[in-house]
Design a protein around this ligand. Structure first.
Ligand code: GLU
Length: 483
């Protein structure tokens, strides 16, 4: 058996959406698992609906997810993708072949005739198929200068069976199918046609796509049959639903893959999340990419729709975030800090140390940036929460702040352990619970009562920043008007 060849064939009408990304992922995994080939084919024949921005958005989404493709004409020595808009001559030649062989015909039905036939059929409780008026017309019967579409002659009796790797056998009575249109009246080939020609010429062995295309498949089979071509294996993937069991839409949150990048989700977490929308491997929830490539198979793709679960995505993202190396995390977070209007931080050990203190509780990169807001500003610009300020930065805590400020200022080595020792020793001397001293310190350096552990926070802030913040807080505790 030759290695499988798969393609992801998006139409560039918008961004790379979640459903498309899952289809692309399944195709990619199957190709990688089997040593097969993964092709990206941009289906951009519809010039009215397709835009170059949408093409870029799709490529960006694919790259972000790390779904690399193997083949295609490429530009600048790169690989692919294929663009259908560059293949019009191929489609034209294939249309001509079917016309020459009498397998396709010009259909001159007007939209009024089609609408009338449709209304009649519906009134009679019949399937609303397009009349085959022109199927056997000869050129001398063609009206002069009238617009026409080209249709393939599909079988009129019997059934078309889609033998689907996910759905099993799905049967369509041919009496319910129209002769599929393959070329519009403006001469542009339709999706069903260009798709079949390309899938054949590109030797696609497995056509994986969303369930919403199942109704196209009998039309495509009619086109394969007209050419006398062997069918690929079809696999229609179940839809993705929101938690309300309605089809996933913007109402459920972002449906664009890059929207999740904007929100601070990690591509590996997204991949892990997407793969579980329809595929399972026992009870396992977290997979490395290598594991996915080893385990993935269509035999464990279920028929039931995948249900989008935002909490699960958050949980998964948190897991992946915690596993990131601190330097890597710092590099990812730095541009997000700057994008929020804070001074652009250097990607260095200081930043790595700061993000390390935040990563355990954060769900997304954006969440981490928000939680760490106090780190990204200078001591002079730290904003104190009004409530905490009046509750904690007050006369009664002044002594604690002053003594800690002095002793911390005297430290030669600014380490978490050394800081902890100073604060513990002081609270023991004063016979106070640690929190009585730690809390004013926290509000002093963070501005609020929520932060990672105070000792690690102080260590990560650095001695200079910590002392300057303590000085400000001491001034405030002495005189609430001091800011
Ligand atoms: N261009 C089609 C789409 O974006 C492709 C469907 C298919 O995979 O055949 O939905």
């Amino acid at each position: 058996m030759t290695a499988p060849r798969l393609r992801f064939a998006p139409s560039p009408t918008g961004y790379l959406h979640i459903g498309g990304a899952r289809t692309a992922l399944f195709c990619w995994l199957m190709a990688r698992r089997t040593g097969g080939t993964f092709i990206l084919r941009v289906e951009d024949t519809d010039t009215e609906r397709n835009t170059p921005e949408a093409v870029q958005a799709i490529l960006e989404g694919m790259r972000w997810l790390g779904l690399d493709w193997d083949e295609g004409p490429g530009a600048d020595g790169g690989v692919g993708p294929y663009f259908q808009s560059q293949r019009f001559d191929i489609y034209e030649a294939h249309v001509q072949r079917l016309l020459d062989q009498g397998k396709a015909y010009r259909c001159y039905l007007t939209s009024e005739e089609l609408a009338a036939a449709r209304a009649l059929a519906i009134a009679a409780g019949q399937p609303a198929t397009a009349p085959r008026t022109w199927r056997d017309a000869t050129p001398d019967q063609w009206p002069a200068d009238a617009p026409y579409v080209i249709r393939v002659k599909a079988p009129m009796e019997g059934v078309t069976v889609v033998d689907d790797l996910v759905r099993g056998e799905v049967t369509f009575p041919n009496s319910e199918l129209s002769d599929p249109v393959i070329v519009r009246s403006n001469g542009v080939p339709l999706y069903n046609f260009a798709c079949v020609v390309d899938d054949h010429l590109m030797h696609i062995s497995h056509v994986l796509r969303g369930d919403d295309h199942l109704s196209n498949t009998p039309k495509q089979i009619a086109i394969y049959d007209a050419f006398g071509w062997v069918l690929p294996q079809f696999a229609h993937l179940p839809l993705i639903l929101g938690q309300d069991k309605k089809r996933l839409s913007k109402r459920h949150g972002a449906t664009s893959v890059m929207g999740y990048d904007d929100m601070g989700y990690l591509p590996d977490a997204m991949i892990n999340f997407l793969v579980r929308l329809g595929w399972s491997h026992g009870d396992q929830e977290i997979f490395t990419r290598d594991e996915l490539v080893r385990f993935f198979g269509l035999n464990h793709v279920g028929k039931a729709p995948g249900v989008w679960n935002a909490e699960k995505l958050d949980w998964l993202n948190g897991q992946y975030l915690q596993q990131l190396d601190d330097a890597d995390l710092a590099a990812r977070v730095a541009p997000r800090i700057a994008a929020k209007g804070y001074p652009a931080p250097a990607v260095d050990d200081v930043l790595a140390r700061r993000v390390a203190t935040l990563k355990e509780r954060s769900t997304t990169l954006e969440d981490l940036v928000t939680r760490g807001a106090f780190y990204w500003v200078d001591a002079d610009d730290l904003v104190y929460d009004d409530k905490q300020r009046s509750k904690v930065l007050k006369e009664a805590n002044l002594g604690h702040l002053q003594v800690c400020r002095l002793r911390l200022g005297a430290l030669d080595e600014w380490s978490q352990e050394a800081i902890e020792e100073v604060v513990r020793a002081y609270s023991e001397e004063q016979e106070l619970k640690l929190g009585k001293v730690a809390q004013p310190l926290r509000v002093a350096v963070v501005g609020t009562n929520v932060s990672p552990g105070i000792f690690e926070t102080l260590a990560a802030l650095g001695q200079d920043q910590s002392l300057r913040r303590l000085d400000r807080a001491i001034a405030l505790a002495r005189d609430p008007e001091a800011l």
